[in-house]
Design a protein around this ligand. Sequence first.
Ligand code: SF4
Length: 279
Amino acid sequence: MREIDVTLITEQVRALCMRANTDLGEDVLQAFDRAIEKEESPVAVEILKELKENARIAREEQVPICQDTGFTVVFVEVGQDVHLVGGSLNEAIHEGVRQGYRDGYLRKSICHPFSRANTGDNTPAIIHADIVPGDKINVTIAPKGAGSENMSRVVMLTPSEGIEGIKKFVVQRVKESGSNPCPPTIVGVGIGGTMEQAGLLAKRSLLRFLGTPNPDPELDRLESEILGEINKLGIGPQGLGGRTTSLAVHIRMMPCHIASLPLAVNIQCHVQRHKEVTI
Ligand code: SF4
């Protein structure tokens, strides 16, 4: 049994919050480059170049990529041979978020749903914890902005609606979202499970690095088909037209009940932030 002091987790979460909000991943920058090569609209090309420039400034000057520094979504995988000491894992994560948002001068965006009073420190974080084999802890921080989160939906399709029903719903969701989620977007899709599990599958699908294929060939084909349909909509970068409405569609799937077909669409803006560490 390996002992890990939770203060180490607080330190790592603090650092990850600041890195995630200032350092856009290489996979996203490369996706911008691929989009620039394919784009026919001069305005769209210009916007994609602006997004690259914005990311460069954020990284070099250590300032947030976007003013919306998001709800702090945390995925944590705890090895079953780890013994956590020194306090509660959840509280250690919340404390890391508190320190990261304070020390990184990141906007605090979390409030009471009715009074709208700000909690003042971007907590609580949304923590998804899993027990896995081994003696390590993996922590991923994925801040999620509201502009794209607000455009996300969960729907319980009937089994007879099948793959065609899934394609139709996802493309329609992107169409209705228009410029609200700050395109170009990454469209996370969760299929199967229960209502809440579909949403989690969709959110987890966004952690896959852009440009990497889906390990399931059937889902890989479906992702390409849906992306093709989305990019015919003409919404384009920032909604000003063009073929780059989305950079990718990512799908995760699991079995579902014989009487249902849960489907979740979690839309992610071009500020596709996630950073991880293994302790
Ligand atoms: S949707 Fe994304 S890019 Fe748009 S304001 Fe929110 S975090 Fe920023």
